[in-house]
Write a new protein. Structure first.
Length: 280
């Protein structure tokens, strides 16, 4: 009896914790004035500043900028989602009593149904936004569909990926991710990609099948990179065009870009082109 009471209490707490999140209720890629909330409508709602009245079935007065997807569901996208505000996009892993939750095994899936990348993270303003994608799988065209930069993701902000799977991205630059990483006057870059506990597999590009940037601006931890292919022999799967600025007295542990405790299996092309500002 005690165990059952604890279980019910846990479920009530979990339900309350997610009560203000924006719940995507349909998998179709539509924008329609009804009571259902599509993923595109949820992102549009956040981009609009989250009005209290809600937007096409999404959000409301007490909403927060966390978008919840249903585990194991596939959400088809006809064109990319433009992300212009701080947000978290994640899978809901609410489980019944006694059910074990393993992060990353039951991800919701975003699948490209057209000829585009999936996410464009760029607010076109000076202020940096922060975007976290957690426990979500991104599936690209799985062929050359005319994307030049970022087969899955184009990023010009702070982007965090945790327990994510990136697969099927094709592009000229950045098969999985194109990180703008334009160097500022002080030698640092504006955008940053942070990757943790993520699987990146079967992506392809001329340059940077895994990640392409104008300068090194990434932090990668405990991730696996498998069967990615960079076709330009002078490039690499993680490719940075320029060096980052590095002070003479900087230590290895304080470098902005790092690649730590990660595994590379059956990739085609060099793993990474080493630039100033990297800790490997």
């Amino acid at each position: 009896m005690l165990k059952k009471s604890i279980g019910v209490a846990t479920l009530l707490v979990a339900s309350h914790a997610y009560s203000d999140n924006i719940k995507v209720t349909i998998t179709d890629d539509i924008v329609k004035n009804d009571t259902e909330c599509s993923l595109r409508e949820a992102i549009d709602y956040i981009n609009q500043g989250m009005p209290e009245a809600g937007y096409y079935g999404c959000g409301g007065k007490d909403a927060i900028s966390t978008v919840m997807l249903e585990k194991n569901k596939t959400y088809l996208l006809n064109t990319h989602l433009a992300i212009k505000k701080d947000l978290t996009l994640r899978t809901s892993y609410d489980s019944s009593v006694g059910e074990e939750t393993v992060q990353g095994l039951s991800n919701a899936i975003l699948k490209m149904n057209g000829s585009d990348n999936l996410l464009r993270v760029d607010n076109a303003e000076n202020a940096l936004i922060r975007v976290l994608v957690k426990e979500v799988t991104l599936q690209g065209c799985a062929k050359d569909c005319g994307v030049n930069q970022g087969g899955l993701i184009y990023n010009n902000e702070y982007l965090g990926l945790e327990y994510v799977k990136l697969t099927g991205g094709f592009a000229g630059q950045g098969g999985a991710i194109y990180n703008v990483a334009t160097l500022l006057e002080d030698g640092t870059s504006r955008s940053l990609v942070e990757i943790r506990a993520t699987l990146v597999e079967q992506n392809q590009a001329v340059q940077g099948a895994i990640l392409y940037g104008e300068a090194p601006s990434f932090r990668i931890y405990n991730s696996v990179f498998k069967e990615n292919k960079t076709t330009d022999a002078s490039s690499a799967n993680i490719y940075s065009v320029n060096n980052a600025a590095v002070k003479e007295d900087i230590t290895l542990s304080s470098l902005a870009s790092r690649l730590v405790s990660s595994t590379f299996v059956k990739n085609t092309g060099y793993v990474v082109n080493v630039r100033d500002g990297m800790a490997l």
